[in-house]
Design a protein around this ligand. Structure first.
Ligand code: PLP
Length: 723
């Protein structure tokens, strides 16, 4: 359930893309050439190997988790990168033409060389290098063990150094020099997918197959990274000196110390984890691809406006304008792509092709205000959003409530809590149910609050060994969860565990929805038991945290009975309903149903008297009958017993009786006497159409259930439309 997070890597990808811009713009050039050398020829060189390592890591992470279809993953990866590369080649075609690169001698070998190694524009070499590098490492891994893969790719890298910054070494030995020259005959440099990329990709794969580095090791990684960077600077300065006085210009692309530097940097980022950052990650690719075009663009603008003195000659301004423009163009590109994708994947009317639930946020907020009007200011309203917010969509509902200043939520399970937190929800999320020990790490990671369901459960949670934030549940008579109110010693023990941080204490009413005298008395009794328990806890010098007792019907029936305490937990009333239509409540408030359920007429036909319809001929026409087929069935949450119970739907503002057995995806209704019904008509199964309305309470009444069940079983394939 829990996805791993790579916040550090996400953020650094963005930073690395900016480093690549520094390489191509030289921000310090017009100020101090030595500083520029240190920045662009040394420090910034970690960026591209970092990209290789990150790509290798994620690719081989996927491979590891997908035992069966590994070659398919490779093919997909190559295909995707290939498509991106093809698009980039096209984008840079005009730039190439403008720069005059397309003139001159052309033949097939040159073209192949340019496509495989050169990348057709100076920065694009990265994409073919990534494809070739991943393919090489994938191939090596299929017949070599991990350490040997590293050794082979390391040898390739060392060979690459001879064709780059260590060329002077090669130049001392005729055989080596011949070899390097030979390689140069095939490819213009050794900075490519064969020599340069595989080592970093292999290192990424190495990490992908190990346990994630521990946070506690962070300090040592930082130290090792620092040392590696120092060595890199030293190496760079020495190498620069070695080129001085020779006829060869320094290459500045590859250093031996880049390997440990990038490796330890990657470990730091992995160990640091942190939240996922989608934007920096997406932006980094765009910036990487587009910034050379932006550089050309900035030069063009400078020329046109005559601002060359500032925009070009001041290297820092030049750099800044390229960065800003690259980010802006990339953001724009991402936005356009998103809109385009959305349009392609969801034709209008969106989500209304089959069966959908319209969720009225206005009604939700209205209900919140109505409930709050019954509560003292000091009583917090906890929104119960379990079971996908009673079928309304927990993430969307919780987000809307958060905007309306609700900061406390309750769910049934750890997964429900994780989903909310991962959607970015802030505030307290209380798990009302039991959580098995192996999921307690998620309770901590996602800052959820766990209900302690008994004294024995408190011991289990204590033994888990790590601090947990909890609410303690007291059983005052429902006999579902909670330590029995009568077991004082057991209850007190729950508050004494060193690792349980008790933020609240609560109980749940058994008969709050009834106004019968004995039920009223039982509720009173539950409240008194709760109060008594609380006073005992306090008398023992222990802290209860926030106290809460009432659910929706409790709020509506006991708003004036002093039972509101520090908080109340509302589910069904938030969604505008009482559990039963026949329920009467004491509070005089106006609740408005939040969900309407709709579907389409997909076919209309007329059958003759005596003809059957439906499975098992469950309907037999007594007279000629017009039948409409609807695009909704029991898998969408329509109770199968509705036909026998006289259930109906609304079409064109009129009631149409349900016929025959309800099937998984479809149902039949009688539209005899409703003029003009046709394919595409909207059908209302729940909610208002014209002057008539079918309420959840009404359906629940027909089928002998409660609205809570009806709403929470609305199927997953029913689209939720928020309005
Ligand atoms: C579901 C639940 C609620 C909410 O009940 P409603 O009647 O829908 O308001 C409150 N407390 C607990 C413990 C629950 O399980």
């Amino acid at each position: 359930m829990t996805k791993e997070r790579y916040g550090g890597i996400d953020l650094f990808k963005f930073f690395a893309a900016i480093l690549v811009i520094t390489i191509h713009t030289g921000p310090l050039l017009s100020y101090n050439s030595r500083a520029d050398f240190l920045l662009t020829s040394l420090a910034a060189r970690i960026a591209v190997p970092f990209f290789f390592m990150a790509s290798g890591y994620f690719f081989f992470h996927k491979i590891k988790n997908e035992q069966g279809n590994q070659t398919k993953l490779l093919r997909q990866f190559l295909q995707r990168t290939g498509i991106l590369y093809a698009i980039c080649i096209l984008i840079y075609l005009p730039v190439n033409a403008y720069a005059g690169h397309l003139t001159g001698a052309w033949n097939l070998p040159i073209l192949i060389k340019s496509l495989l190694f050169g990348g057709t524009f100076y920065h694009l070499w990265y994409l073919p290098a990534l494809m070739i590098g991943v393919a090489i490492v994938y191939g090596l891994r299929s017949f070599l063990r991990e350490p040997y893969v590293i050794i082979v790719t390391l040898l390739l890298y060392l060979a690459a150094l001879l064709g780059d910054n260590y060329y002077s070494l090669a130049a001392e030995n005729q055989a080596l020099q011949n070899m390097v020259q030979h390689v140069y005959g095939i490819m213009d440099s050794t900075r490519n997918g064969i020599f340069f990329a595989p080592l970093f990709i292999a290192l990424g794969s190495l990490e992908a197959n190990r346990r994630k580095p521990k946070r506690s090791a962070l300090h040592s990684y930082i130290l090792l990274f620092g040392i590696s960077m120092a060595v890199l600077f030293l190496e760079g300065l020495l190498l620069q000196r070695s080129f001085a006085g020779t006829a060869i210009a320094p290459f500045n692309d590859m250093y031996a110390a880049l390997v440990p530097a990038v490796f330890f940097l990657f470990l730091i980022l992995l160990a640091g984890r942190g939240r996922e950052h989608k934007w920096p990650r997406r932006l980094s690719t765009w910036i990487y691809v587009l910034h050379p075009a932006v550089i050309v663009g900035v030069r063009g603008i400078a020329k046109l406006t005559g601002l060359e003195a500032i925009l070009i000659e001041d290297s820092l301004v030049h750099f800044a304008s390229v960065v800003i423009l690259s980010v802006a163009v990339s953001l724009l590109g991402i936005k356009i792509l998103d809109v385009y994708k959305k349009e392609r994947t969801s034709p209008l009317p969106r989500g209304k092709e089959r069966a959908w639930a319209e969720i009225s946020i206005a009604n939700l907020l209205h209900n919140v205000r109505q409930l709050q009007s019954l509560l003292p200011r000091s009583t917090a309203l906890t929104a119960v959003v379990k079971a996908n917010a009673y079928g309304h969509g927990s993430v969307e509902i919780a987000k809307e409530l958060q905007k309306a200043d609700i900061h406390s939520f309750a769910v049934a399970s750890v997964d429900e809590g994780v989903a909310l937190r991962r959607s970015g929800l802030k505030g307290e999320i209380l798990i009302l149910g039991f959580t098995p020990t192996h999921r307690l790490d998620d309770v901590r990671r996602y800052k959820l609050v766990q209900t302690v369901v008994s004294a024995a459960d408190a011991e289990r949670l204590q033994e888990f060994g790590k601090p947990l934030r909890v609410h303690i549940k007291i059983d005052t008579g429902l006999h579902r969860l909670g330590e029995p109110y009568s077991n004082t010693e057991g209850i007190l023990s729950m508050y004494r565990h060193s690792r349980l941080h008790v933020a609240g204490t609560f109980s749940h009413l058994a008969a709050a929805d009834s106004l019968e005298a004995d039920d009223l008395a039982f509720t009173r009794l539950q409240f008194e038991r709760f109060q008594h328990t609380v006073s005992q806890i306090r008398a023992a010098g222990l802290k209860t945290g926030r106290l809460h007792l009432l659910n929706s019907s409790g709020i509506l029936n006991y708003y004036d009975a002093g039972m509101q305490l520090d908080g109340v937990r509302s589910g069904i009333a938030l969604y505008g309903l009482l559990s039963k239509e026949t329920d009467r409540v004491r509070a005089d408030i106006d609740l408005r149903p939040v969900m309407s359920l709709k579907a389409n007429v997909t076919r209309v036909q007329r059958i003759h008297a005596g003809e059957p319809a439906g499975y098992n001929r469950s309907f037999l026409a007594e007279r000629d009958t017009s039948i409409a087929t609807l695009s909704i069935g029991y898998a969408d949450g329509i109770p199968r017993e509705l036909p026998e119970k006289g259930g109906s739907v609304l079409i064109r503002g009129r009631r149409a009786r349900i016929l025959a057995t309800i099937t998984m995806d479809q149902m039949l209704v009688d539209v005899t006497g409703i003029p003009g019904v046709q394919q595409g008509d909207t059908v209302t199964l729940l909610g208002r159409d014209g002057n008539d309305e079918i309420t959840a309470g009404e359906i629940a009444e027909w089928t002998g259930t409660i609205t809570n069940e009806l709403l929470s079983t609305v199927g997953a394939r029913v689209t939720r439309i928020y309005q």
